[in-house]
Design a protein around this ligand. Structure first.
Ligand SMILES: CC(C)=CCC/C(C)=C/CC/C(C)=C/CC/C(C)=C/COC[C@H](O)COP(=O)(O)O
Ligand SMILES: CC(C)=CCC/C(C)=C/CC/C(C)=C/CC/C(C)=C/COP(=O)(O)OP(=O)(O)O
Ligand SMILES: [Mg+2]
Length: 282
């Protein structure tokens, strides 16, 4: 057992970027209090981290095949220790959520419940697991906006849609990479039914939906945003179209398409941040 393992198992990059996303959403919704943004960052960091930990607990058999280097299959963290760690993080996140408002606390409770159900059940149900993670990612924008108030919903909706469809595409491609391990672990995923190529076609369709929604914020942020997000969109489309050329999970894994797609998603978040900074300071 290692303390580093308890840090690694929360997937600090994903949890940290998810937390930063909540802060960006708060300022996009016209929030002005940095302390509130920090509170949102912290809540998403610990709840997302808890979800990642619990995911690895339920995936320990699958990860022995797909990701043997992860903390639980590698022995750095025991399953029991991970369950306690996830419970602690969820508890801290919900308690911190009590210092927000009714809407944010509601989302925190719903997302905590969904993360548990996803790890235990939905992940093994074709498409339902993917839709759950896509909603969870998109909900970060709603969560950040709702601290300003429910009137932010329409402003955050396009950002929710961009994130929902972008994450949905990536989740499907990740499942296409993991077909062998998921089959051993007893999970039933959409790529098992439609194959790698069919999954890539769906991923391209969902990425194109995300790209279409990514043009909506042009109405607020103007031509500079359109140029920057256009470059990011082009990268994301090219990376996803590349997946069409593969028919086997190992080919798709070796291409690093899902990693590049994540970097493209992070680049999109950076464009949102840049636009918000320029709107406030320039
Ligand atoms: C077309 C376009 C502009 C798309 C961009 C969509 C967008 C802004 C996505 C941001 C998504 C987001 C909030 C990401 C935060 C961190 C993250 C990757 C969350 C989802 O993680 C679930 C995933 O299954 C974790 O897997 P892995 O990364 O392999 O550990
Ligand atoms: C808005 C609030 C309060 C919380 C939401 C915070 C979250 C969870 C946002 C992002 C979505 C996310 C990171 C979900 C975590 C669950 C997860 C790790 C899904 C992927 O699991 P698998 O399908 O097993 O794939 P892996 O191979 O990566 O384990
Ligand atoms: Mg997993």
């Amino acid at each position: 057992m290692s303390l580093a393992g308890y840090g690694k198992i929360i997937r600090p990059m994903n949890a940290g970027v998810s937390g930063i996303t909540a802060g960006i959403a708060y300022f996009i919704a016209s929030g002005t209090q940095p302390l509130f943004a920090a509170l949102l960052f912290f809540i998403v960091l610990v709840i997302c981290g808890a979800g990642n930990v619990l995911n690895d607990v339920f995936d320990k058999e699958i990860d022995k095949v797909n990701r043997p280097d992860r903390p639980i299959p590698s022995g750095a963290v025991t399953p029991r220790g991970a369950v306690v760690w996830a419970g602690f993080l969820f508890g801290v996140g919900i308690i911190a959520g009590c210092f927000t408002n009714f809407w944010c606390l509601g989302i925190a409770l719903v997302n905590t419940t969904l993360l548990v159900i996803y790890a235990a059940k939905f992940k093994g149900i074709p498409l339902l697991g993917n839709l759950s993670v896509a909603y969870l990612s998109g909900s970060i924008f709603l969560f950040g906006g709702f601290l300003v108030g429910p009137e932010s919903f329409l402003v955050m909706l396009p950002l929710f849609a961009i994130t929902f469809f972008g994450t949905l595409a990536r989740e499907l491609l990740k499942d296409a990479e993991d077909i062998e391990g998921d089959r051993i672990g007893g999970a039933r995923t959409l790529p098992m039914r439609i194959g790698v190529r069919g999954t890539a076609v769906l991923a391209v369709i969902f990425v194109l939906c995300a790209v279409l929604f990514s043009f909506v914020p042009f109405l607020t942020w103007g031509i500079v945003y359109l140029v920057l997000i256009g470059v990011v969109d082009a990268f994301i489309i090219l990376v996803t179209i590349r997946a069409l050329g593969f028919t086997r999970p190992d080919e798709l894994s070796a291409s690093n398409c899902t990693a590049y797609l994540k970097y493209g998603m992070f680049a999109a978040l950076f464009v949102f941040l840049l636009m918000e900074i320029s709107a406030v300071f320039l």
